[in-house]
Ligand binder design. Structure first.
Ligand code: HEM
Ligand code: NAG
Ligand code: NAG
Length: 329
């Protein structure tokens, strides 16, 4: 699909949204939710995100992943931002998030400015949803509207990350099930996986594929051998440094295009879960289509991210507007 056709589709989507007027609502959320109470809200978030990304472009990937991890655990309620306390281990400290999840300071800085500008008005959950959108726009040049009005949750439980977030060792049926549990189709799962075009991964997230794959194969046979050799150099056996990382996609770690799918086709997906997309004809077909049509994928990704941003939100007078994103009021 050409660039023009893609623009047409994106515009169609925007017009469909905007034609509802600023009163467009979904699941209690609204376009322009802060237009009267804090008109500069989205601008302040975008400004903070852009400043942070100009300094460290990798944070874009961090913020996109943070939105996913927030929404899949208790809905998009900012629960991933809550700090542990002496009596509660929070999501943030799950090995799924700590030390890998990054970008918290970007949310905190935006929150600080928003508190100065419009005290007690803009939720941390909304800031994160805006920031993820802005990170995608920064990384690929394509934006999408994000409704406002999410309220912040008051609960964050470390153990809930395990049951709600897919593991990188998942096979295809586990991936499909994990997304189905949240109302996402198999197609949407494949579409969202393309986020792995940007960012990095810790060696521990895929080491088993290099050294200890199965009783018959030390190395995962579905991992392209040259990449395996390279990864072994970057992630030596028995290294005790939990901070070692590799780029998710060495060819374009900062641009959100569909090269993730070309990598998967070339057996160069980093995780078992990435490579699993080739294990069924339907998903393999979608991988192939996405690999060859980045703009079609971007359009689908935009829609899926919009849907993700609505997941399990709390609105109205439920929850709270946290004053500090790390601390329940
Ligand atoms: C399909 C199931 C998924 C699995 C099993 C999975 C797993 C992972 C793992 C293990 C990492 C590496 C963390 C590390 O070691 O540092 C990672 C990184 C990442 N994931 Fe996923 N993920 C999935 C889906 C998604 C989705 C739906 C999104 C967003 C829409 C996403 C966005 C990202 C991004 C952007 C990174 C890079 C983070 C960074 O550079 O800081 N992932 N993912
Ligand atoms: C996926 O993994 C689960 C859990 O290990 C297993 O029960 C299931 O049979 C696997 N599915 C496929 C298709 O390999
Ligand atoms: C390989 O995996 C087995 C089973 O999980 C474990 O007992 C063993 O210690 C692992 N070996 C290495 C070198 O990590």
């Amino acid at each position: 699909m050409g660039k023009e056709r893609r623009m047409e589709m994106v515009l169609g989507f925007l017009v469909a949204l905007l034609s509802w007027g600023s009163g467009f609502r979904e699941d209690g959320l609204q376009m322009g939710f802060y237009s009267r109470t804090c008109p500069q809200a989205e601008m302040i978030v975008r400004d903070e995100v852009n400043m942070a990304l100009r300094n460290d472009v990798g944070l874009a990937a961090g913020l996109v992943r943070m939105q996913f991890h927030d929404c899949f655990v208790r809905g998009c309620d900012g629960s991933v931002l809550i700090d542990s306390t002496p009596t509660n281990k929070a999501e943030k400290d799950s090995p799924v998030n700590n030390p890998s999840l990054r970008g918290f300071e970007v949310i905190d800085r935006a929150k600080e400015r928003l508190e100065a500008a419009c005290e007690g008005t803009v939720s941390c959950a909304d800031i994160l949803a805006f920031a993820a959108r802005d990170s995608i726009a920064f990384s690929g040049g394509f934006g999408y509207p994000v409704l406002g009005g999410r309220r912040d949750g008051r609960v964050s439980i470390l153990s809930e990350t395990f049951s709600n977030l897919p593991s990188p060792n998942s096979n295809l049926s586990q991936l499909i099930q994990s997304f189905a549990n949240k109302g996402f189709s198999r197609e949407e799962m494949v579409t969202l996986s393309g986020a792995h075009t940007i960012g990095r991964a810790h060696c521990s997230s895929f080491n088993n594929r290099l050294y200890n794959f199965s009783t018959t194969d030390a190395q995962d046979p579905s991992l392209e051998p040259l990449l395996a050799t390279q990864l072994k150099q970057q992630c030596p056996l028995n290294n005790n440094n939990g901070n070692m990382v590799v780029p998710m996609n060495p060819r374009s770690s900062y641009t959100l295009d569909s090269s993730y799918y070309s990598n998967v086709l070339a057996m160069r997906g980093l995780f078992t879960s990435d490579q699993a997309l080739l294990t069924h004809p339907a998903t393999a077909n979608q991988v192939m289509r996405n690999a060859f049509d980045s703009s079609m994928w971007q359009d689908q990704f935009t829609r899926a991210m919009f849907k993700l941003s609505l997941l399990g939100v709390i609105t109205g007078t439920d929850g709270e507007i946290r004053l500090n994103c790390g601390v329940i009021n």
